[in-house]
Each structure stands twice: as C-alpha cells, then as structure tokens.
Design a protein around this ligand. Structure first.
Ligand code: FAD
Length: 545
C-alpha cells in the first residue's frame, strides 16, 4: 500500500489480519533501514513509529554522513573503514541528499593534535575510509587557511587541513528509506506506539500497539520483533523484562542556528574548543548551524531541549574561535537537541564512549539494536536481518543483502553531476516564477527529482505569493506521498523549515493549517490542537532557560 496520509488508516486496519515475518518498532533511520533490508529480502514486514518518522535522534543529528574521523582518535580502525565505505554507498543511492562538503580543520598553536599528527591521521583516514583521490586531505599553510576562512584571521592558527565530509538532511534520508521500504512491500506507519508484547510459550510473536491518532488498540502478529527505538531501547527492554547486563547511556547533543550573515563562514569548519572538544559550524542556505554539545542526560527521551547553558557553551566556542564574531543568545533563530543512545561503559565520560552499535537478544526473542550512526544505518540493518534470517528463517533460501544497490525513492539522479545539471535546468525553467536559486537548491537537495511533482502541483495553484504557493505544493506532495499527519511533521521533518527558515513558519503557519484542513478534512478541534502543539514547539526551540 502506498505511503500516504490517505492510506495510513487502511494499513493499520489490515494489521490484524496479517501474519508478519518481522515487526519493527521505531521509525528512525535504524528502523527504516531494517524495514528496507527485510522487505528487499522478501520478508513480510511491518514498521510502527510512535510519533513521526525521524522524530527521535534521526532528525536531531549534525546532519553529516561521516567518514568517521573521530573514530580514528578512539583508534577504532575497523569502524573508520566501515563508515568510509558506507558513506560512498549512501552517496551513490541518494546523491541529491548526501552531498560532498569539504570541511576545514584549522590547526592551532596551543590546541588540538597539531600539524603533523593531523596530517598523518587524515592520511590514515583517507586510506581506511577509501576516500576518492579528488577528495583526499590537503594540508594548508597559515596563509592558505586564512584564504579559505578569513574569519580566522586573528586566531593563533598555524595551518589547517581540508578533508572530505558529506552533508545530508537526516530526517529526509530516514523518510526516503521508509518510503523505499514501503515501495518494496513493507507496511509502514507513523503514530502507532508499541505498548506490550504478545508471547506464545515464552517467545515473542507479536506486539500490542496503540494508534495514537484515535487511541485504538491494535495487535500485530509476527514471527520476529525488532526494537530499533534508539534512546527508548531500554524502555522496551523493560516492558520485555529483559533489561539486564549492558544498558544505554544517553548523552545530549545540541545545535543552534543563526542567520548566515551573523556567522558568515565560507565553508563548513570543524574547530577545537578550549575544553578539548570540537565543534562544527556548517553553512546551510540562509543560515549557519553550530554544534554540538555532549553531556549526560537523565530525563525522558521525549523532553530533551536546548538549555541556556547549552546555547551559551556553543556561543562561547564560536566567539572565541572567530574574534570578530560576537554572537549573543538573541541572534539564535532556532535550535534542536538530540540524544545519543550510547552503550554504557563504566568510568568513561560522555565523549569517550564508543559510537559502535550493539544488538541485544532477549530470552523471549526480542532483538534490540542501539548505538551507531546515521552513516552506518545500512550495515546495522544488514547485520540485524542476517541474524534474523539465521535464527528464524534458516529453512528459507538465504537471500543476500542488496540495499547497496537500491536507489532511494527520488534518486532518479545518479551522481553529483546529474544533480547539478538538474538544478541548472530548474533554474532556467522556473525563472518566469521568480523562484530564487537558494529555493531551487533547497527543493532539489530536499526532494531530488520529486521536485518535478511539486512543481506540477505549484503550476496548478493560483496564489499570487510565490513563496506560499510553493509551500502549499510541498504540503500536497508530503501529505499525498510522505504520510504527513501534522503541522510539526511538515515544518520539522519534511521540510526542515522550523530549523532553517523559522520566519517562513511563523509567517505561513496559520494559512498552511487552513490548507491542510482543506486537503485532509482535519476537524477544528484537531486543527486547534496542532496549532498549539506547533506554537509550543517554536517556543521551545527559540527560547533558552
Ligand atoms: P531514533 O532516531 O531515536 O529512532 C527511534 C525511534 O523509535 C523514535 O522515532 C521513537 O519515536 C521510536 N519509538 C520509541 N519507542 C517506541 C514505541 N514504543 N513504539 C513505536 N516507536 C517507538 N550520526 C551521523 O552519522 N552523522 C552525524 O552527523 C551525527 N550527528 C549526531 C549528533 C547528535 C547531537 C546526536 C545525538 C547523534 C548524532 N548522530 C550522527 C548519530 C545518529 O543521529 C543516530 O545514531 C541515529 O539517528 C539513531 O537512529 P535510531 O533510528 O537508532 O534512533
């Protein structure tokens, strides 16, 4: 069944009569990746997500597809190699969404690893991560570093390095993976929460869940149940009474967003902070975002927010790296805070904990997976499904993982060159509508070739304001083809506007809500609830206590 606001209820009504091979709980990148791997190997697959797809950590990362440079510092060579080759694969299957981005690493007199250690480190990184020759590291003199980034001119910079990273939109990547799983036959829905497990002779064979849109309790039958619930993994293990041995340790990471003119970095930069940590400043459209922090977190995974202390830490880091910049709290337009679901290790600080993923199997058969990175989602999924095939479907012919060859929906563009050509073509074709280059770039790096469908809707609409007309076209597309259920889904995870264009959200939120009512038949009470929910969220990401 297709992946739409319109088909969601029908998918849920069908749950009771299906016997699934595998039920996946959690619609972050890990769960979506597992659903895609399972469906592509012919398993009858269901995925349920308690909020929206990518609601958890998968919309709150630094939005980089890493080659794993920081793993090198922790001497995890195997991990550097794996994420390096994974990065190349994810770029290939979604080139509009995983975009090469050179990263500048300034090297200081008194901080960080120093010139020679960095040079050797990056050389090992290039080798292990299999970096393309044209992307391999370049060491820079002080003069060259300042030409790359004039804002560093008063810093005690000794030199620098340029190395390869890839930027992405984490929530969009998650949604495209979920859509692809659905295209291959998986039943995938949002706003359905797993609340209990069904057991037969002590073994799990289903899930009791609740459709949070109408409070209806539903049951799903399945031979295997996988919990890919990130920071919530231990909650599900508790329900399964299997939270023994290793457990999660949650650390909070915060990003703040400022207007580009307030921090006009020439390109992405990864710089040392006085406390020994490193911080990114990444230009994106009309903004620059800065992150991240890494502090222990004890509260509920649903309540994580950016505190004043978090915001001030990042402002201080930026202001001391760039002496001509004086960012203040009032300059912050937006922010997000996420949780790293790391595996607890006695005596280690937040930053020292390994980012490796880990699979837990309970006696009753619940398989849980946590840890890892966006970048490694495909390999994590492969490992889980290999295990599932071995344990539960050994009598079936072993089908190998082929997800490295499955383009993600919207990936009719095959490489960077085709993405650039498509952007140029749209620039020419849309000139008559006065749509800016930044907007076209946004559309293509958000939706890829699916931009054609959005432009098709745009042409049929009649609003005089181009910006609003385009936003309406995006809403039609994401409701019809991406299961957008609420204003928050649209403004955070489908478009990223709540983080990168908050002015647009504030300006158009009421009109978009009315249009959503018109499109989906949303009742007034639900519309009022969604309006309040959005306003509360905007307050949370723009004020810091
Ligand atoms: P989540 O995305 O949290 O998904 C779990 C989902 O399970 C949630 O959507 C939740 O709602 C759902 N769920 C929970 N309980 C239930 C239930 N009972 N029923 C149904 N659903 C349920 N990685 C990179 O590769 N690059 C980066 O730049 C990067 N930066 C990061 C920066 C920060 C600050 C953080 C915190 C992480 C970063 N990571 C990065 C790591 C990466 O974001 C995570 O590893 C990844 O997003 C985890 O995805 P997940 O699917 O396992 O968890």
């Amino acid at each position: 069944m297709s992946f739409s606001f319109k088909t969601r209820r029908a998918i849920i009504e069908n749950f009771a009569s299906e016997k699934y091979d595998i039920i996946i709980i959690g619609g972050g990148i890990t769960g979506a990746g597992i659903a895609l791997d399972a469906a592509s190997r012919g398993l009858k697959t269901a995925l349920i997500e308690k909020d929206d797809f990518a609601y958890g950590t998968s919309s709150r990362s630094t939005k980089l597809i890493h080659g794993g440079l920081r793993y090198l510092k922790q001497l995890e060579f195997g991990l550097v190699k794996e994420v390096g080759s994974e990065r190349a694969i994810v770029h290939r299957i979604a080139p509009h969404l995983v975009i090469p981005e050179k990263m500048l690493l300034p090297l200081y007199e008194k901080k960080g690893l120093g010139y020679w250690l960095t040079s050797i480190g990056l050389m090992i990184y290039d080798y292990l991560a299999g970096v393309r020759p044209e992307d391999q590291r370049r060491m820079l003199t002080r003069g060259q570093t300042l030409r790359y980034e004039p804002l560093l001119k008063n810093a005690d910079v000794r030199g620098g390095a340029i190395y390869a990273e890839y930027r992405t939109d984490d929530a969009r990547l998650t949604i495209e993976i979920a859509k692809t799983a659905s295209r291959l036959g998986a039943d995938v829905v949002n706003y359905v929460r797993a609340e209990e497990f069904i057991y037969e002779q002590g073994k799990i064979n289903g899930v009791i869940a609740r459709d949070l849109r109408n409070d209806e309790v539903i049951s799903l039958n399945g031979q295997v149940v996988v919990s890919a619930t990130g920071p919530w993994v231990d909650e599900l293990r508790e329900i399964n009474r299997s939270k023994t041995g290793k457990r999660l340790r949650l650390t909070k990471g915060v990003h703040i967003v400022v207007p580009r003119e307030k921090l006009p970095v020439a390109q992405s930069i990864y710089f040392d902070v006085d406390d020994g940590r490193m911080v990114f400043a990444i230009p994106r459209g009309r903004t620059t975002y800065i992150g991240t922090t890494d502090t222990n977190y004890e509260g509920s995974p649903d309540d994580v927010i950016t505190s004043r202390q978090d915001a001030e830490y990042l402002l201080k880091a930026v202001n001391s790296a760039f002496s001509t910049i004086n960012l203040r709290i009032k300059d912050i337009e937006s922010s997000w805070a996420g949780l790293r679901p790391l595996i607890h290790e006695e005596g280690k600080s937040a930053s020292q904990l390994s980012r490796k993923d880990e699979i837990f199997e309970s006696e009753s058969g619940l398989i849980s997976i946590a840890g890892g990175k966006l970048t490694g989602y495909r390999k994590m999924a492969e490992r889980v499904i290999n295990l599932v095939m071995k344990r539960h479907f050994a009598s079936r012919p072993m089908v190998k993982c082929t997800t490295s060859k499955i383009p993600l929906t919207g990936s009719d563009l095959h490489n960077d060159r085709e993405v650039r050509k498509y952007i140029l073509r749209l620039n020419r074709a849309l000139k008559i509508y006065n749509i800016s280059d930044i907007t076209i770039n946004y559309l293509v790096t958000t939706y890829g070739k699916q931009t054609d469908i959005i432009i098709g809707f745009f042409k049929k609409l009649e609003d005089p304001d181009t910006e609003f007309r385009l936003l309406k076209a995006e809403l039609i597309f994401t409701v019809e083809f991406e299961m957008t259920m609420t204003l928050l889904d649209f403004f955070i995870r489908r478009t990223g506007l709540a983080y990168f264009h908050i002015r647009k959200v504030l300006q158009f939120k009421d009109q978009i809500l009315s249009f959503m009512q018109h499109l989906t038949g949303l009742g007034q009470a639900e519309a009022d609830r969604q309006k309040k929910e959005l306003e509360k969220y905007i307050n949370l990401i723009t004020t810091f206590k």
